[in-house]
Design a binder for this molecule. Structure first.
Ligand code: TLP
Length: 353
């Protein structure tokens, strides 16, 4: 009998739980563009409460949440500081430029974590012939750096120093509950100093669709206008918000399982000749370099798929695997075996059993 496919391409691939489906089927709904969907209103109120903010808005995607935040914080012609592999710069269809009229001032950090020492020197001097810095945008956890978590003192310091320089800070917190799990602190504490936060329900929290943007009342009032301009007015969106409420209330508690599975995967894969795991694998994302195998990541991913394991090549040398609620320990063990078979180089001499 064929084994089920192990899909490690992303935590976006999770399917709603039976409880989510039941809640969706029986959700009380109204027209959310009129502000009349009780389930969306409940989700937004709970998100604001959990994050200790005045207000929140439900958006169809993380990309839309980030796009709206950048638009509100900046003016056309400004620069947005972000990490070089940041999602807003690489995977959001150049909306920084397209929608907000800004350019990204990217700064490289090996672990994706930007300190003020790295950022401060790139703040544009206040000279009329230099494009001005409009915003600092941080990503926690940092996806392409391997799910890395901002140490709280670094995050808080960047926010304090940015504010002292007159700059707002937006947090792309697509996976902020993963970060909070590692830090052992509530998301309200972890994100307190950022001016706005976007987080996703549709990643490790398992909801089928949706993200939230949280901030001050005035900020969210403006966000409502831009959400509509982007086509994000979703009418009876309570069907989605019902699953989102379950994701928000119940799913953060199980994220440590995904983290343990990612570490298990990393340990198994680190032993394979030609493979180098990036970083320490703090959360549910594992990135590894395969240059030493003599194959490209794309070739390896194609061959892994033939073994029933799906992973993503993020460039020619790097593969990303993301654990989530639909892959268990056995599935991770099968993935390790598949990487061993496909890389075909056995285990590094001297590797422990
Ligand atoms: N990330 C996706 C891909 O787009 C890469 C994934 O599979 O990880 N911020 C961060 C840090 C993200 O990782 C993502 C999605 C987003 C924003 C955007 O969220 P969506 O996909 O809902 O627009």
């Amino acid at each position: 009998m064929a084994l089920p496919v192990t899909d490690l391409r992303s935590d976006t691939v999770t399917r709603p739980t039976p409880e989510m489906r039941r809640a969706m089927a029986s959700a009380e709904v109204g027209d959310d563009v009129y502000g009349e969907d009780p389930t969306v209103n409940r989700l937004e109120a709970r998100a604001a409460e959990i994050f200790g903010r005045e207000a929140a808005i439900f958006v169809p995607s993380g990309t839309m949440g980030n796009t709206i935040a950048v638009k509100i914080h900046t003016r056309p012609g400004q620069e947005v500081i972000c990490e070089q592999r940041g999602h807003i710069f690489n995977y959001e269809m150049a909306m920084l430029a397209h929608f907000s009229g800004c350019v990204a001032r990217t700064i490289a950090a090996e672990d994706g974590i930007l300190t003020w020492a790295a950022i401060g020197r790139w703040i544009a001097p206040k000279i009329y012939y230099r494009a001005q810095t409009g915003l600092v945008s941080l990503e926690n956890t940092h996806n392409m750096a391997g799910g890395t978590v901002y140490p709280q003192d670094i995050f808080d310091d960047v926010c304090d120093q940015a504010h002292a320089a007159g700059l707002p800070v937006h947090l792309d917190g697509a996976r902020i509950f993963n970060a909070a799990t590692v830090l052992g602190q509530p998301v309200a504490t972890v994100t307190k100093k950022a001016d706005s936060v976007m987080f996703c329900l549709s990643k490790g929290l398992g909801a089928p669709v949706g993200s939230l943007l949280v901030g001050s009342r005035g900020f969210i009032d403006q966000a409502r206008i831009y959400r509509k301009s982007l086509g994000g007015g979703m009418r009876q969106a309570g069907i989605l918000a019902a699953a989102g409420l379950i994701a928000l209330e119940q799913m953060p508690a199980r994220l440590s399982e995904d983290h343990a599975n990612a570490r298990f995967l990393a340990e198994g894969i680190a032993d394979i000749t030609g493979v180098r795991v990036i970083g320490t694998v703090q959360t549910n994302i594992l990135v590894f370099n395969v240059a030493g195998t003599g194959q490209t990541s794309y070739d390896i991913c194609r061959r892994l798929a033939e073994h029933g394991v799906l992973a993503s090549g993020i460039d020619a040398d790097h593969i990303r695997m993301v654990t989530h609620m639909d892959v268990d320990r056995d599935a991770c063990a099968r993935a390790i075996k598949a990487v061993q078979d496909v890389c075909g180089c056995g285990r590094r001499a001297g590797a422990a059993d």
